[in-house]
Design a protein around this ligand. Structure first.
Ligand code: NDP
Length: 322
């Protein structure tokens, strides 16, 4: 089978589409024919070696397809089932071996592209708005990179919960998408000082929560945007990692909370995984959550796909189709 393998970490061209042996499912695992693989910014961290993985490995932590074979002891799934998974490496390939505990069933009527495209970023938006900082109607949230994969889903969910979303994006086209997703105010942080704008828009009150997936270039000013006892949710580092901070700063800025959450810790049990994925897929089926699959590539174009993502040329979701 064909797979995108990493034998050493680095720039996009370390990704090589190669012929490898078909994998065999071990105990508690299934073999999946991958029909769509999600592209996530986290894949860049794995490719660069910022997130650890044993080399060589197949990139990609999100996919959807059909079960071809069951390993020993698999109880809840059958050959032929349509399934999706995330947070487990191996998606950028024709076939993947995935532990049963990571699988969710794809509901009838949801296509493989949607199932793969919505799972990781949809569940991320779900836990951020429901669990990390449960948003209430009337609150204000600052969402960075609001036209990205996580950003568009997060903006929709937050505004549907009744929150006022102040979004940041780098271009006018992205601003239009953020507005369509429900953002009340959009700041072009490539041109405007977003801290000054947030203070102006909130009449110096500040926001209750910042969802910051950008990291290095936004973190400091984001802290200054929070109201007393507000929460800084550092969810990623698309612009690079954030340097260490002195906890006293949190006190001086208003007894702030700081968390650096991961989806892995918000899908710890079968019940939690089924709850979050079920609500995401149901909202898509009802039409209340719109998934923007704006970029699809064959596996052979994986280098180009990563180059576009890192150059901030993408919006919404990207997929690789084996
Ligand atoms: P996106 O589609 O959001 O792509 C990244 C976006 O970040 C870009 O489009 C760009 O938007 C913005 N950005 C700002 N500065 C830079 C920069 N210097 N280089 C590149 N991009 C930049 O990706 P995802 O939706 O896949 O992921 C968003 C973030 O969320 C990532 O940091 C990812 O790691 C994190 N994440 C965290 C999870 C968790 O559980 N902790 C789970 C899922 C994702 P613009 O042009 O508008 O600035």
């Amino acid at each position: 089978m064909k797979a995108v393998r990493i034998t050493h970490t680095g720039a996009p061209d370390v990704m090589k589409l190669v012929e490898v042996e078909d994998p065999t499912p071990g105990s508690g695992e299934v073999l999946i024919q991958v029909r769509a693989a999600g592209i996530n910014y986290i894949d860049v961290y794995y490719r660069e070696g910022r997130y650890p993985a044993d080399i060589p490995f197949t990139l990609g932590i999100e996919g959807a397809g059909t079960i071809q074979k069951l390993g020993r002891g698999v109880k809840d799934f059958r050959v032929g089932d349509a399934v999706a998974w995330c947070m487990y490496l191996g998606a950028y390939a024709e076939y993947a071996v995935i532990p049963e505990r990571h699988l969710v069933r794809i509901p009838d009527g949801i296509e493989f592209e949607t199932a793969a495209g919505a799972l990781l970023q949809g569940m991320t938006a779900h836990y951020l708005t429901r669990s990390t900082y449960p948003l209430k109607s009337g609150e204000t949230a600052l969402v960075h990179a609001a036209a990205g994969g996580v950003g568009l889903l997060l903006t929709q969910m937050a505004s549907q919960l009744g929150a006022r979303v102040i979004a940041t994006v780098s271009t006018k086209e992205k601003a239009d998408l953020a507005r369509e997703a429900g953002a009340r105010d959009v700041i072009l942080y490539s041109e405007q000082d977003f801290e000054a704008e947030v203070k102006r828009l909130t009449e110096n009150r500040g926001v209750g929560v910042v969802y910051d997936s950008v990291g290095r270039t936004t973190f400091d000013k984001s802290l200054n945007c929070l109201r007393p006892r507000g929460m800084m949710v550092l969810v990623g580092a698309s612009s690079g990692p954030v340097p260490a901070i002195d906890p006293l700063r949190l006190s001086l800025l208003g007894s702030l909370y700081l968390t650096r959450p991961s989806l892995a810790h918000y899908t710890l049990t079968r019940e939690e995984l089924d709850w979050r994925s079920g609500e995401v897929y149901a909202a898509i089926q009802k039409g209340t959550l719109k998934l923007h699959i704006d970029h699809t590539y064959p596996l052979a174009e994986v280098v180009h796909a990563h180059e576009e993502l890192e150059a901030r040329k993408t919006t919404g979701k990207g997929l690789l189709i084996p």
